[in-house]
Design a protein around this ligand. Structure first.
Ligand SMILES: [Zn+2]
Length: 306
């Protein structure tokens, strides 16, 4: 029995799977056939879920429509479809770039000796100081790469390193992906460049399906088809991708808490941050309650100032 499920927050495309528990088939990049979701329909469906008479009815409506009620719907300007963003860092770099490498290794397109060859080629490159070097992890199968290292690998090193190592058709497919990422990872992007990147991403997805098989296609590849809309709504990826947020994960992760509540340390980090805010410092010091011992107070002070 073939089961369909609609798992995209932007459109109603259904992804078939052989039975429950099986991996769905995420292939199919004919975007004209993807019926887009609309805010009004989504709100109506979520309202139906909220007003369901029994929990089982609510569950049934929710799984049919993919909508659930949220208190955010009380905001008249809230658009449930356009306000749900695709993060390009996870989507392109930690998602597809990583997946393609893994697929090549699984399919034997990249062997152990090929990885050593890539490492040697990358080691030859002496990049300018603003571009980070890639650590010697390629020969270990790219283990432990950070998102920034994936970005450098994709946009700077990979086309040079992979030339002649992988078959031409795979190199052509990867070139389309790299060119799309090079366009998208700019701080300034025009509508035309965004459109070009979108076309290259869709070409990459179609070629990947043909070369690596439907079963290797991922939800991230489907979401590439919606990335252009996010950029047209929110601007260059630098304005909304997760790099800046995740940088703070690193800072907080390195913080020695001695198993004590992280909130207390976040408070002291915020105080240090405010102390470094130059002219804002005076305002902050004046407003910061001397006995402020909770984050909410500090948060209110910070948001008031900004
Ligand atoms: Zn979709």
């Amino acid at each position: 029995m073939c089961v369909f499920f609609s798992g995209c927050s932007k459109c109603f495309k259904e992804f078939p799977r052989a039975s429950f528990g099986e991996k769905p088939d995420f292939s199919g990049f004919d975007r004209d056939s993807w019926e887009p979701r609309s805010n009004s329909d989504h709100r109506a469906a979520a309202d139906k879920v909220r007003q369901a008479k029994t929990p089982s009815d609510a569950q049934r409506f929710a799984s049919l429509s993919g909508a659930r009620y949220s208190v955010l719907f009380q905001l008249p300007y809230y658009d449930a479809i356009r306000f749900a963003l695709i993060d390009p860092m996870h989507n392109l770099l930690l998602g597809t770039a990583k997946h393609v490498l893994k697929t090549w290794i699984e399919k034997g397109i990249l062997s152990e000796s090929d990885l050593q060859k890539l490492q040697k080629r990358v080691n030859l490159v002496k990049p300018p100081s603003e571009i980070g070097r890639i650590p010697k992890k390629i020969s270990d199968g790219f283990k432990g790469f950070t998102a920034d290292q994936w970005k450098n690998w994709v946009c700077i090193y990979s086309l040079f390193a992979l030339k002649g190592v992988i078959p031409n058709e795979h190199y052509g497919m990867w070139t389309a992906f790299v060119h799309a990422c090079q366009l998208l990872c700019r701080k300034v992007i025009t509508k035309e460049e965004c459109q070009e990147a979108d076309q290259k991403l869709m070409r990459f997805c179609t070629m990947f399906e043909a070369l690596c098989g439907k079963e290797k296609c991922t939800p991230n590849m489907h979401l590439h088809g919606h990335l252009q809309d996010c950029i047209l709504d929110y601007g260059p990826v630098f304005s909304f991708w997760c790099f800046s947020f995740e940088r703070y994960n690193g800072i907080m992760g390195d913080y020695h808490t001695n198993n004590v509540n992280i909130g207390k340390y976040m408070y002291s980090i915020l105080v240090k941050y405010i102390a470094n805010c130059g002219t804002l410092k005076l305002y902050c010091l004046a407003l910061l309650p001397t006995t402020a011992n909770n984050l909410q107070t500090l948060y209110n002070v910070c948001t008031f100032i900004h």
